[in-house]
Design a protein around this ligand. Structure first.
Ligand code: ZN
Ligand code: ZN
Length: 380
């Protein structure tokens, strides 16, 4: 497919309008004036609920939803039922994922059953296809267990992703800061260990990570679109739809995250896509749909395009050791739409952005020469 007059997002930002040929079976050449071509985005943090909670999401519905959101590769967390803590289950999931329209990789648990006690077999899980280890959703490891986990993961060549929250300290900012402090101490004592901090939400955690990076610790971090865009002030209006873990924070925390992202202290943007059925959400379940609103929410932050590329394309791949593999998205940055969760391809329909007018939409997603989604755009 030949695209004319398209601007291309790359490490140096946005190119001037140019002509680009991309591998796309059967897709007609087109004038792409006003559109942006980007390598597909990679989401380091998604909950696909498969196996165990198929009424909330499946590999298939999650992958389709992600493709509609502009992700050509997503990374699924291990808090399924059963937990992804054994190579046999992981091999089954990897085999099923091969048939999906986009790339789906898996994180395996750090500890059996996410219970924080006995370690999983990092080397065997790596051989079965795990791209990282994480007990996301739980944070029960004591310091000695975390150090052993970092050692085993380093020997297996995998990063450890942590949901930085000390459960007995609750969900306040001090709980995140304490968990980050402990994790940084642990990684400092284990040569070669790589630590990735998930959904950083507080100013205090940002400062700890900034200092750790200055001391050249092998630490990376992500922030979610909702923590970058919303604050606790939005929670009142959102009711149960604002329930998320970590919670939405103060304006100061949000601003610190945005600055950290611009500086590269926060490496990546990751959705923490956490779909729930209507009943569970009304009853207070934490988390919400992330895939189909992420791109316009992130583009609405007004980031420098080089930062956008780094946070959504480049760093997520570096963190799990993937390269860009013939995967593209075509974006209409001017398309405005009103968020209606019932239209999502995901089984998770609840979103804190319901009813908002967002700017920016995926026109087409291409993976390995196949058009995996195309939206007919209505232009005013
Ligand atoms: Zn988490
Ligand atoms: Zn999560």
């Amino acid at each position: 497919m030949q695209l004319q007059n398209v601007r291309v997002l790359g490490p140096a930002g946005l190119s001037p309008p140019t002509s680009v040929a991309i591998n796309a079976a059967g897709a007609a050449d087109r004038d792409a004036s006003g559109l942006i071509l980007s390598p597909g985005w990679l989401d380091l943090h998604a909950h696909l609920r498969d196996p165990g909670f198929l009424h909330k999401e499946t590999l298939q519905t999650g992958a389709t939803s992600a493709a509609f959101g502009g992700f050509t590769h997503i990374v699924a967390m291990a808090n399924t039922d059963p937990v992804i803590d054994r190579p046999e289950l992981l091999r089954e999931l990897v085999a099923r994922a091969a048939a999906l329209p986009i790339g789906v990789s898996f994180v395996a648990a750090v500890t059996m059953g996410l219970e924080g006690r006995s370690l999983t077999d990092a080397a065997a899980l790596r051989r079965a296809g795990a791209v990282a280890l994480s007990d996301d959703g739980r944070h029960l490891m004591d310091q000695a267990t975390l150090r052993r986990a970092l050692t085993a993961a380093a020997e297996a060549g995998l990063p450890v992703l942590i949901h930085a929250q000390i459960e007995r300290l609750g969900k306040g900012p001090e709980s995140e800061a304490a968990a980050v402090t402990q994790a940084l101490e642990a990684v400092e004592s284990v040569p070669g260990a790589r630590l990735h901090i998930q959904h950083v939400s507080t100013h205090a955690a940002v400062e700890l990570i900034r200092t750790a990076k200055r001391h050249r610790l092998l630490v990376t971090a992500e922030a979610t679109p909702h923590h970058l865009a919303l604050t606790a002030q939005d929670v009142t209006a959102l009711g149960p739809h604002g329930a998320v873990n970590p919670p939405l924070r103060s304006v100061d925390d949000r601003d610190a995250l945005r600055l950290a992202l611009a500086e590269g202290v926060i490496d990546a943007i990751a959705t923490d896509h956490a779909p729930h059925d209507v009943g569970a959400k009304a009853a207070g379940a934490n988390g919400f749909h992330g895939f189909e609103t992420a791109l316009p929410v992130v583009m609405g932050l007004g980031l420098d395009e080089r930062v956008l590329y780094r946070a959504c394309v480049e760093r997520p791949r570096e963190i799990i050791g993937q390269s860009i593999d013939d995967e593209w998205i075509l974006i209409d940055p001017a398309a405005e739409w009103i968020v209606d969760g019932s239209s999502f391809k995901s089984r998770g329909k609840n979103t804190p952005f319901a009813g908002r007018r967002l700017r920016g939409r995926i026109v087409m997603t291409l993976c390995h020469g196949q058009v995996v989604m195309e939206r007919v755009m209505q232009h005013a």
